[in-house]
Write a protein that binds this ligand. Structure first.
Ligand code: OGA
Ligand code: MN
Length: 285
């Protein structure tokens, strides 16, 4: 059966039907998925009853995997028992230790691991347990955000580099071993151009990592803060985004080179367990 591509109708995202990731993909199936991914940036596959091995096997079609990022807390729970490619996102605590990262708080708009020199081009997220409400994940199309950027703002940021802070997670918590940032000009992390070209589609996109402790090189801190505030307010407009309400077994793959994402908070008395892989990328240019 040929796969079906059903666009969300929003600024990005499509659902793919007719694929079971517990079985190997054919070359033709993968090519259709990959093309849909370039076209829609985020793909949703529902009802995937898969193991970590299946998640890794599906992810590896797109490229080599990165190991999971550093987290805020010591997770001697199931993270340690898992595989180095799998990043567990969860609020569940076992024997006094969280089994995963990010807890139950809101995760602000961000791009995954942009604080390293060669951030992952893609992330793949599979849901194992989902709260009855909350914890939705939203995505914003950074091709469209750049296209609609006011001309003066584009002129102010095009050709500029931004430092992407490495000290905190997307829920704003200090990573294990990191020092609090007192001066954004000295924040640890990686510098990337603000306007980038997608290496496959050739499309130009805004590349924003995370707002907290970001700094645009060559400006005063006050000027950089003002430009960053305008950029983030622009990208957060609903016309660029799509929100996903999770069901158990949903799997999303997104392109970190042309999308940012965020997660709603949820009631911490409910369980949310997600397993993620991240696919190696190269330095954004
Ligand atoms: C991620 C992330 C959001 C979520 O996997 O990179 O930001 O829905 N997760 O848990
Ligand atoms: Mn993320």
């Amino acid at each position: 059966m040929a796969i079906e591509v059903i666009p969300t109708g929003a600024a990005l995202g499509a659902e793919i039907r007719g694929l079971d990731m517990s079985k190997p993909l054919t070359g033709a199936e993968f090519e259709a998925v990959q093309q849909a991914w370039y076209d829609h940036i985020v793909l949703l596959f529902r009802g995937q009853k898969i193991t970590d091995d299946d998640l890794i096997a599906f992810s590896k079609h797109f490229g080599e995997l990165d190991i999971a990022p550093a987290s805020a807390t010591d997770m001697a729970g199931s993270q340690a028992k898992s595989r180095p490619e799998i990043w567990i996102i969860s609020n569940v605590v076992e024997n006094g230790k969280p089994i995963g990262a990010l807890g139950d708080k809101e995760a602000e708009w961000h791009t995954d691991m942009s604080y390293v020199a060669e951030p992952p081009m893609a992330s793949v997220l599979h849901s194992r347990e989902i709260p009855s409400t909350g914890g939705d994940t939203s995505f914003a199309n950074m091709y469209k955000a750049l296209e609609a950027l006011p001309a003066d703002l584009r002129a102010a940021v095009e050709g500029r580099m931004c430092n992407h802070d490495a000290s905190t997670t997307s829920v704003g918590e200090l990573r294990a071993g990191a020092d609090a940032v007192l001066d954004v000009r000295a924040a640890p992390g990686a510098k990337h151009p603000i306007v980038v070209t997608h290496p496959v589609t050739g499309g130009k996109a805004l590349y924003l990592g995370r707002r907290l402790n970001a700094y645009i090189e060559g400006y005063s801190v006050a000027e950089s803060e003002a430009l960053l505030d305008r950029l983030w307010a622009h990208c957060a407009k609903p016309e660029f985004s799509w929100a996903h309400k999770w069901k158990v077994g949903d799997l999303l793959i997104w392109d970190n080179r042309c999308a940012i994402h965020r997660r709603d908070g949820f009631d911490g008395s409910e369980r949310r367990v997600m397993h993620r892989t991240q696919i190696k990328g190269r330095a954004p240019r």
